[in-house]
Design a protein around this ligand. Structure first.
Ligand code: GDG
Length: 502
């Protein structure tokens, strides 16, 4: 408390001060700018989301290189003969280097080991992980390919490499083996499971060994750090110094810290007040017949970790328990389908349809349905308008590293109104304690929480929203990036040497 709010400009000043002679390299599966080819015309888009928002300004300031998989239809046309392109396309200041992967590699590394193995392993959603040796081999191969590309980019110069997420767990070790002077940091955006769960992975030891090639490893919350350190101690026999959050493996320390990710509070708050968003909200209210309705909202990538069937069931129970709200309260569920090639996601789509049908056929009237389901990739202005219109927003994840939707809803409520219903199984629940916290599995409690949100008096909504807004405003995305960057550049340089002696 009391610290000045972090801004993009302050982050950039910090980067200038800290980076020195080091070349900064960011590595992720997804790229910050994706090129498309429509009717022979090349265009680009920047995927919405926290990571690009936070790291793009950092890269723009220090002019490093971002290495990522080239998954856009127009990427091959946009890059030069060395597979590089200067970005942002409108005002180039750093290099984006693309890595090409075959269909076969994407299948094994991305859909297979990352999303059918690691994703369910790390989330308590009761989906059994699939561990295929062929997927694992592809995961290793692709991690090696990324390492080759990163080392080529470094070319022996002093460098700090900041890796994103669970697709590239083996990369830091490969880098350290190739050049021990490279500073390595990684942020794991999803939860880290308990030892009892983690050890079912047939390659648990290799994953840990890969990640312990990092100087710094970040998770959203302390529980995930603790789970990781326990796994390192029990699977690998690593020495763990709890008081310093250090894990020693192969004589080298890894600093394991929590960095709760956030959103661009000010940007979202301002966007929400813009005339474009106001006009979009007005037009949606008219088109969707929402003039006199109390609106509930869910925005999610359609994923089995987000508790979408649970939320629909609870909304149905709410209408059953509190019939005075039939025809008065509507629920809008928006968000894009994802990973549709994977069986568990196809099953989820069927479950969602079944639950929707039950509620809408029971409580709908003529053309009118109490739940409006929009499983599309909606434009940012539409999502912003929904956030502005919604009397309450529901985030009912069964397990979630952080959940940015919760923070985006809070940031967008410049009017200091609105209620957030939040699952305790999200990282966000540790910070947003003024939300209505409810267990998504407890359908009756969940229905009551919806009723509480609908009936909450203005003074209480206002007080709680003000509380949540000050939390997100203070710990915004620039604060997250600054803390990570300082720990990467300073903390690791300190921990590498002196503490080794104890
Ligand atoms: C992982 C972790 C962690 C959603 N639907 C649409 C759309 N969105 C946007 C949201 C938000 C983002 O996507 C989703 O962020 P989440 O945090 O909810 O979830 P994951 O994708 O699972 O992300 C998570 C996060 O990494 C960051 O560390 O919080 O725990 O699982 O920004 O607004 N955006 C567009 N169309 C949609 O239909 N354009």
């Amino acid at each position: 408390m009391g610290e000045p709010t972090w801004t993009r400009e302050k982050l950039q000043l910090l980067v200038q001060r800290e980076i020195g002679d080091y070349k900064l390299i960011v590595v992720s599966n997804r790229q910050p700018y994706v090129h498309d080819l429509i009717g022979g015309e090349l265009s680009y888009a920047s995927p919405a989301g926290g990571v690009t928002t936070a790291i793009d300004p950092l890269m723009q300031e220090c002019g490093g290189t971002w290495v990522a998989f080239g998954g856009g239809r127009g990427d091959w046309l946009a890059v030069d003969e060395t597979n590089r392109i200067q970005v942002p396309p409108d005002d180039p200041s750093y290099t984006l280097k693309l890595v090409w992967l075959s269909e076969h590699q994407q299948q094994g590394y991305y859909y297979g080991f990352s999303n059918e193995g690691l994703w369910p392993l790390c989330h308590n959603a009761f989906i059994e992980p699939t561990f295929k040796t062929s997927d694992w081999e592809m995961y290793r191969e692709v991690n090696r390919e990324f390492a080759t590309q990163v080392l080529d980019e470094i070319d022996g110069r002093p460098a700090a490499v900041f890796t994103q997420d669970y697709h590239l767990a083996l990369l830091p070790r490969l880098l350290r083996e190739a050049d021990p002077d490279i500073i390595t940091g990684q942020f794991w955006h999803i939860p880290w499971p308990t030892y009892e769960i983690f050890r079912i992975c047939p390659w648990a030891d290799e994953l840990l060994d890969g990640l312990l090639g990092n100087d710094l490893l970040g998770f959203h919350i302390g529980d995930h750090c603790d789970n990781f350190m326990e796994a390192a101690a029990r699977v690998l026999g690593s020495q763990v110094h709890d008081e310093y959050n250090l894990v020693y493996h192969k004589e080298d320390p890894t600093l394991v810290r929590q960095f709760p990710i956030s959103v661009d509070f000010e940007g979202i708050s301002l966007e929400s007040q813009s005339p474009e968003v106001a006009a979009e909200a007005e037009s949606l209210i008219e088109k969707m017949g929402l003039e006199d309705k109390i609106i509930g909202l869910g925005i999610d990538r359609i994923d089995y970790t987000k508790g979408i069937p649970h939320r629909i069931r609870a909304f149905g129970r709410f209408l059953e328990k509190y019939p005075q709200y039939i025809g008065k309260v509507v629920f809008i569920q928006a968000g894009v389908m994802s990973r549709t090639d994977i069986g568990a996601y196809q099953l989820l789509a069927e479950q969602v349809d079944e639950e929707l049908e039950k509620v809408n056929s029971r409580f709908g009237m003529g053309d009118w349905a109490p739940i409006m389901y929009l499983p599309d990739d909606l434009p940012a202005v539409t999502l912003a308008a929904f956030r502005r219109m919604a009397h309450f927003c529901v985030v009912s994840s069964l397990h979630d590293g952080m959940n940015l939707v919760a923070k985006e809803y809070v940031a967008s409520r410049f009017d200091e109104d609105g209620v957030l219903i939040l699952s305790p199984f999200t990282g966000a629940a540790s910070e947003l304690t003024d939300a209505v916290i409810v267990n998504p599995y407890a359908t009756d409690d969940f229905a009551d929480a919806i009723c509480e949100a609908v009936e909450m008096p203005y003074e209480m909504r206002h007080e709680r929203m003000v509380g949540m807004r000050s939390v997100v405003e203070e710990n915004n995305i620039y604060n997250w990036a600054a803390r990570l960057f300082v720990d990467l550049m300073q903390g690791t340089r300190r921990s590498r040497r002196p503490i080794r002696s104890f």
